[in-house]
Design a protein. Sequence first.
Length: 270
Amino acid sequence: MPETSPASPRIDTSKPHPARVYDWFLGGKDNYPVDEALGRQITAMEPTAKYGARHNRWFMQRATRMLAARLGVRQFLDIGTGIPTEPNLHRIAQTAAPEASVVYVDNDPIVLAHAEALLRGTPEGVTRYLQADAREPAKILELAGGILDFDRPVAVSLIALLHFIPDDQGAYDIVRTLVDALPSGSHLVLSQLASDYDPERTRQAVEMYAAGGVTLVPRSRAEMTKFFDGLELLDPGIVWLPDWHPELAVDEDREDGTPVPLYAGVARKA
Ligand SMILES: C[S@@+](CC[C@H](N)C(=O)[O-])C[C@H]1O[C@@H](n2cnc3c(N)ncnc32)[C@H](O)[C@@H]1O
């Protein structure tokens, strides 16, 4: 069963939610008119926004392939998971290693509603969902500690999540708390909306999200780099999302070469 806070919040359809706007970008059905309205506004200004969402999923898939199949990682903690799409992280990890353990975390009740779909993993492995807020990393570590073994390497992923968490809500402290809890050989997987790709369009996107009550925090390359302080970035370092190990792609439709204004990087804790 998914684990939840004692009082699970209800789905609020009066304002857009990142998970549901994102679902609309991906062509899903788990969104409401408020989410679609914001999605349409964003794509009217930036037609590639939908493509960016697909690129995030593909980056998650490529990074998981690298970690599970090439680097032997067997434990995954994915925070800000989103509404499931196929193949999800556990499918990729458990295809490479059926015994892999995967813990998903999100704070949106709509993701909780889909947790059952997330939980269908291999019998040899572990696949669990926690309803928790990234701004409470100690709580996430405590709950995940009952499932994962923090004496063995864990890959922690925050993919397209940190741009919903301002610095003054602890974005850097969250990453630091999580990384500090990991043993040597663990990895950190991040993607983040860039502030220095097309500043004017990004500013407009920030305003549109703000009008819907959602805070969006684009960051520069230097600010993205700071999340990896003290860690060893894997080759090729911090790059535009589609440029992170494109050779690991399976079934990706990359034909149009649309630029994607998000940074991506994976680093190892020595
Ligand atoms: C843009 S989606 C990204 C989903 C997935 N990681 C991907 O890249 O395809 C961002 C996700 O982060 C979740 N999220 C936003 N703020 C969060 C928070 N404070 N704690 C936990 N999850 C959060 C949203 O509910 C949403 O599912």
